[in-house]
Write a protein that binds this ligand. Structure first.
Ligand SMILES: NC(=O)C1=CN([C@@H]2O[C@H](COP(=O)(O)OP(=O)(O)OC[C@H]3O[C@@H](n4cnc5c(N)ncnc54)[C@H](OP(=O)(O)O)[C@@H]3O)[C@@H](O)[C@H]2O)C=CC1
Ligand SMILES: O=C(O)C(=O)[C@@H](O)[C@H](O)C(=O)CO
Length: 277
């Protein structure tokens, strides 16, 4: 598998694993099986209440810590107070029994609340302290990132955004690329929504002798994006990694690109107005 090199030099694999809704004992078993299937990047968040679940799997696994990339996220509720944010980050590390996160992200810009700039200053400090290796954002629009750059002269390494065939985010992807920011795709399978039954995708999947999930994940990788699909069972986890024995033609990539819709977001979470704490 190839790697993405971030703007701070850290390397990430081409595909990672999402852990939203994987909690407790069964969550740990799923994450352990994902490690066995071959995933090395795991995406969690304080708000998923499973940083401990992820940490438990890491500690039970046979894979060395330094071969794994663990990403977590600061929730908006803590953005405005420096000490609260640092304490929360340390609490997250204690829960996961880790000394550092490889990647730490602001979860939402929450532009109406408007404290993401303070939170970005905190992440810069956390990186200096060695609590986190790389820092980034989720769901940030160009205007939010421009402000970070202008005020701190420090660009995120990653912007994790909703991205799937019904919302392919061409404008945001182009912007991220122009700033040397890696785009990660959340809900890369559209959270198993209508996308998986789309007639064009079903037809193309048949053509490439793959399932729709594999086709969609390969399309995202072909766009230079890092998808983080979540799957509970070993069979699906393994299947979602079986992407490296075929290439999608450029005309078929265009066909998938054309499926995007102006209101294609799954849950209408437009970061210009949506807030989550
Ligand atoms: N930064 C942010 O704001 C956000 C980040 N995220 C992150 O992104 C990750 C992925 O997004 P998520 O919303 O979970 O959605 P995904 O697009 O990854 O879809 C997950 C769903 O798809 C099913 N599934 C997985 N593989 C297949 C397959 N090959 N065929 C059919 N169904 C399949 C899973 O079922 P099952 O589990 O039963 O196998 C699950 O129901 C999250 O887990 C989280 O880590 C998500 C939302 C927002
Ligand atoms: O899962 C996440 O990271 C989120 O930010 C949530 O908004 C999630 O998308 C959700 O569905 C909450 O209802």
């Amino acid at each position: 598998m190839a790697f993405h090199e971030l703007n701070d030099g850290q390397k990430l694999p081409e595909i990672g694993f999402g852990t939203y809704k994987l909690n407790g004992f069964s969550g740990t078993q799923s994450i352990l099986s994902a490690i066995d299937a071959g995933y090395r990047l795991f995406d969690t968040a304080f708000n998923y209440q499973n940083e401990g679940t992820v940490g438990q799997a890491i500690h039970q696994s046979h894979v060395n810590r330094d071969e794994l990339i663990i990403a977590s996220k600061l929730p908006g509720k803590y953005y405005s107070n420096y000490q609260d944010s640092i304490n929360l980050l340390q609490e997250s590390l204690y829960r996961s029994k880790l000394d550092y996160f490889d990647l730490y992200l602001l979860h939402w810009p929450n532009p109406i609340d408007d404290h993401y700039l303070e939170a970005w200053h905190t992440l810069i400090q956390a990186q200096k302290f060695g609590l986190v290796k790389s820092i980034g954002v989720c769901n940030f629009l160009p205007e939010h990132i421009d402000r970070l750059q202008k005020e701190t002269n420090k660009l995120p390494a990653v912007n994790q955004i909703e991205l799937h065939p019904y919302f392919n985010q061409q404008t945001q992807r182009d912007y991220n690329q122009s700033q040397n920011i890696l785009t990660q795709a959340w809900s890369p399978l559209g959270r198993a929504s209508a996308i998986l039954n789309d007639t064009v995708l079903v037809e193309l999947a048949k053509k490439y002798k793959k399932n729709v999930g594999q086709l969609v994940l390969k399309w995202e990788i072909s766009l230079g994006v890092l998808p983080i699909p979540k799957a509970s069972s070993y069979t699906r986890q393994k299947g979602n990694l079986d992407l490296f024995d075929f290439e999608i033609s450029s005309s078929d990539i265009e066909r998938i690109n054309s499926l995007t819709k102006p209101n294609g977001r799954n849950n209408h979470q437009d970061p210009a107005v949506y807030q989550e704490f």
